[in-house]
Design a binder for this molecule. Sequence first.
Ligand SMILES: Nc1nc2c(ncn2[C@@H]2O[C@H](COP(=O)(O)OP(=O)(O)OP(=O)(O)O)[C@@H](O)[C@H]2O)c(=O)[nH]1
Ligand SMILES: [Mg+2]
Length: 196
Amino acid sequence: MRQAPFSAAAFVVSESDPARLPFYAAEIAFVGRSNVGKSSLINALLKKDLAKTSGTPGRTRTINLFSVSPAAALVDLPGYGFAKGPAEQRAAWSGMIESYLRRRPGLRRVFVLIDAKVGPTALDRSMAEWLGAARLPWSAVATKADQVKPSQSAARRRDAAHALRLRPDEIAWVSAAERLGIDALRAEAAKLLGEA
Ligand SMILES: Nc1nc2c(ncn2[C@@H]2O[C@H](COP(=O)(O)OP(=O)(O)OP(=O)(O)O)[C@@H](O)[C@H]2O)c(=O)[nH]1
Ligand SMILES: [Mg+2]
C-alpha cells in the first residue's frame, strides 16, 4: 500500500544562492510577505516542524528546501515586504526570490500566500502580476483563516479574489494553527507533484 503523501518529508538544504540548489523533478514554492505564515503552512502540510517559524517578521532569510520524495520538494522562500532591516539586505532577498523562480524547470506551482484577514497587499498583487508575466503557474492561499470570523469569511474571500482577479473558489482558505483546509491543500500539492 502507498504511504500517506509527504510522510517521508525531510529538510534538504538552506541556501542563499539559488544557483547552488539541487534540482527536483517537481517543486512547489511558497511566497508571500514576511510573517504571512509560509513556514508554518509548510510544517502543517508536512506534519512535521521542519521549517523554522517565528512571530518576528523576517525569520526565513534563505531558501529552504524540503524533499517529500527523491523526485519532489516544497520550497520555503524568504518573505517580501519586510520593512525593517537594511535596504541592501531587502534587495538581496527579492533578488534571491526572483532568481530562484526564474531558474527552476521543475516548478509546478507557486503558492502565493496572503493573509486571510488583511487581504492581498500591493506587494502581493505585484507578485501575482510578475508571476503571470513570467508565465509561471501560481495560485493563492489565504492563511491564518482562524483570525477571520466565520460571518466575515465569505466577504473576505470575495474581496481577496476581486483584488487578485480570481474567483473566490480559486483561493485556498487555510489555517495552519487550526488545521483548517490543510488536508485539501496537501492533497492538491501531492497531485501537483505527482505524489498522490
Ligand atoms: N493565528 C494564526 N497564526 C499563524 C498561523 N500560521 C502562522 N501563524 C503565526 O504567524 C507568525 C509567522 O509565521 P511564519 O510561519 O514564521 O511566517 P513566515 O511567512 O514563514 O515568515 P518569514 O519567514 O518571516 O517570511 C508566527 O507567529 C506563527 O505562529 C495560523 O494559521 N493562524
Ligand atoms: Mg518563514
